[in-house]
Design a protein around this ligand. Structure first.
Ligand code: CP
Ligand code: NVA
Length: 309
């Protein structure tokens, strides 16, 4: 079976195109097998640390571990000593002696990196302010299933230049899919992540571009993707962001510029009436629940490749 060279899954940039495709292929295989599949992680334990809320990440990782014959332990930073100031390094060393893998959702990417540097078991990034790589594995799996291939396809991400944007740009670049990012000028993705995706795109033949013009960005799109305007940790900016993003809603006027058979995606949770209308989110082009289900299959593959014997 294919193996990932890195111990940890912290960001998509660390993986080759072939490795990402290996994860997607195994995900398709495990999805086919369903719950009747082999207990590939029999007796293995995953610790899950959450400093932010979660529905999909928490439940798909836990259900995935159980389906693979292992178990998961859910830890909120409010309950463990890390929340009272125990260092990330000490936490990593201690958890490494009990479990076979650690998944963490937190604010700073540097915390995930420090955890990985001090852990002897694989560490998985379950979302930071910078990246959401597990979500993008599920998104790529969904696009592959719905569109059949990546090459020549155009994904338009519209909204806030956030963690999803950073991981989607890099994910698209890795698999050779074109990606247009549409944000207001003052909510662009971070320049260093945009540049890194563009550089990667040059290697795989995918065009990664930015525009502030929603109509131009959506023109001829195969996939329209959006995310919340205020991410976790930005709750206080919510009102000001609603104003700033008013022209960036995915609605029936905007979808008219995409391809007729375009697909609508959203990592969820969604705010109907803000970044997307209910008509689109619950409409015939939307695959958001298929996409959410794929979190389970993509992560079962990832867990197997990182933690399997
Ligand atoms: N998409 C996603 O990561 O959802 P949760 O915040 O519910 O985990
Ligand atoms: N950008 C969102 C994604 C949630 C899955 C956030 O960070 O809150």
């Amino acid at each position: 079976k294919p193996k990932l060279k890195k111990k940890d899954f912290l960001a998509l940039k660390d993986f080759t195109t072939a490795e990402i495709l290996d994860v997607l292929n195994l995900a398709r295989e495990l999805k086919k097998q369903g719950k009747a599949g082999q207990p590939l992680l029999k007796g293995k334990v995953l610790a899950m640390i959450f400093e932010k809320s979660s529905t999909r990440t928490r439940v798909s990782f836990e259900a995935g571990m159980i389906q693979l014959g292992g178990q998961a332990i859910n830890l909120s930073t409010r309950d463990i000593q890390m929340g009272r100031g125990e260092t990330v390094a000490d936490t990593a060393k201690v958890l490494s002696s009990y479990v076979d893998g650690i998944m963490i959702r937190t604010y700073k990417q540097s915390v995930v990196e420090e955890l990985a540097a001090n852990s002897t078991v694989p560490v998985i990034n379950g979302l930071t302010d910078d990246f959401h790589p597990c979500q993008v594995l599920a998104d790529l799996l969904t696009i592959l299933e719905v569109k059949g291939s990546f090459h020549g396809k155009k994904l338009t991400y519209i909204g806030d230049g956030n963690n999803m944007t950073h991981s989607l740009m890099m994910g698209a670049a890795k698999v050779g899919m074109n990606c247009t990012v549409v944000t207001p000028e003052s909510y662009k993705p971070q320049e260093r992540f945009f540049k890194a995706a563009q550089e990667e795109g040059k290697l795989t033949g995918s065009v990664i571009e930015w525009t502030s013009d929603p109509v131009k960005g959506v023109a001829g799109s195969d996939v329209i993707y959006t995310d919340v305007w205020a991410s976790m940790g930005q709750e206080e900016e919510a009102e000001e962001r609603i104003k700033a993003f008013a022209d960036y809603q995915v609605n029936s006027d905007l979808e008219a510029h995409a391809k007729k058979d375009y697909t609508f995606m959203h990592c969820l949770p969604a705010h109907r009436g803000e970044e997307v209308t209910a008509e689109i989110l619950d409409g015939p082009h939307s695959v958001v629940f298929h996409e959410a289900e794929n979190r389970l299959h993509a992560q079962k593959a990832l867990l197997t490749l990182l933690m399997g014997d």
